[in-house]
Design a protein around this ligand. Structure first.
Ligand SMILES: CC(C)=CCC/C(C)=C/CC/C(C)=C/CC/C(C)=C/[C@@H]1[C@@H](COP(=O)(O)OP(=O)(O)O)[C@]1(C)CC/C=C(\C)CC/C=C(\C)CCC=C(C)C
Ligand code: MN
Length: 291
């Protein structure tokens, strides 16, 4: 048999992951292209697994049989043991072999999905923060293993998690209306009370001073996590810094758009136009080049 590079065997498997990433997220796909090829493919494999995990619960009601998530956790354990059920798994098996990934963030993300099915309200920031860690902070930990830390440390990991939390909170603020139409509130209820705004206001899409203040409070919280994450990027090895700065700056920009929209996030989706995204790339490059 002719000599075959390990990676050749997985070309088709990575290709389905690439296609899924490109189809679902222009932004992540675009950011992935800024990485060298081996890391890029690993990011597609992880993205595909995360996306499929997220999709798993999209159609589950709160009374659903959660055993589907038990089976998904067993399946990821098999992937870590080198066994694959389909092409997406195969790519992840190869990625797990090539990069120092740990299973905990994967299992924690499934826990986050379980949390999402079980509850549609979050009483406190502490509770919502746990949810944000599980569904997004975990992506920061997975990403670090692939991107590479110049020096692994609890601080670097904490800052990687912070970027996931910042992005998830941004996502929550952007998608408030969409979530309300699904009967869900991902803002801490204690914060609603703090600003004298209640659930009935939210379901009636009331945008007033109370809502503006509540949004500003959440934006400030997200900003504090972005600042924590910014100081973590220097821990990454140099070839990962530009894409991560790009993803941080582009996602953070959604907060500015939300403000510019007058906090009208019930029927409007804050987004960064394509041309603006391109203009921000050199900004990210310059940040990454700073010593
Ligand atoms: C930069 C880069 C290419 C990162 C990795 C991409 C990756 C593997 C993403 C997986 C995302 C995913 C499908 C997660 C499932 C749960 C979920 C939906 C989480 C939300 C993501 C985006 O949601 P959505 O698809 O709705 O977004 P858009 O519609 O495209 O706007 C989340 C908001 C979580 C995203 C979290 C991260 C990408 C983690 C970021 C942290 C790092 C890259 C660590 C950097 C390291 C240091 C030390 C700072
Ligand atoms: Mn969302």
């Amino acid at each position: 048999m002719p000599y075959m590079l390990a990676s050749d065997k997985y070309t088709d498997a990575y290709e389905v992951c690439r296609q899924l990433t490109a189809e679902y997220s222009k932004t992540f796909y675009f950011a992935s292209l800024l990485f060298p090829p081996a890391k890029r493919r690993a990011i597609w494999a992880i993205y595909a697994w995360c996306r499929r995990t997220d999709e798993l619960v999209d159609d589950l009601s709160s009374t659903a049989d959660l055993s589907v998530l038990d089976r998904w956790q067993e399946r990821v354990s098999k992937i870590f043991a080198g066994r694959a059920e389909d092409a997406y798994d195969q790519a992840l098996v190869d990625t797990v072999r090539n990069f120092p990934l740990e299973i905990e963030p994967f299992l924690d993300m499934v826990e986050g999905m379980r949390m999402d099915v079980r509850q549609d309200r979050y009483e406190s920031w502490e509770e919502l923060h746990l949810y944000c860690y599980r569904v997004a902070g975990t992506v920061g930990l997975m990403s670090c293993a692939v991107m590479g830390l110049a020096e692994d440390s609890p601080e670097a990991r904490r800052r990687a998690v912070a970027l996931g939390v910042a992005k998830q909170l941004t996502n929550i603020l952007r998608d408030v209306g969409e979530d309300a139409r699904r009967g869900r509130i991902y803002l801490p209820l204690e914060d609603l009370r703090r600003f004298g705004y209640d659930e009935s206001d939210l379901f009636a899409y009331v945008v007033d001073e109370r809502w503006a203040n509540l949004m500003e409070f959440q934006i400030a919280r997200a900003e504090s996590f972005y600042r924590e994450a910014e100081r973590g990027i220097a821990y990454l090895i140099p070839d990962a810094r530009w894409p991560v700065w790009a993803s941080l700056i582009l996602y953070r920009r959604i907060l500015a758009k939300l403000r510019a929209n007058g906090y009208q996030n019930f029927l409007q989706r804050a987004y960064v136009p394509r041309a603006e995204k391109f203009l921000l790339l050199p900004v990210a490059w310059a940040k990454a080049a700073q010593p």
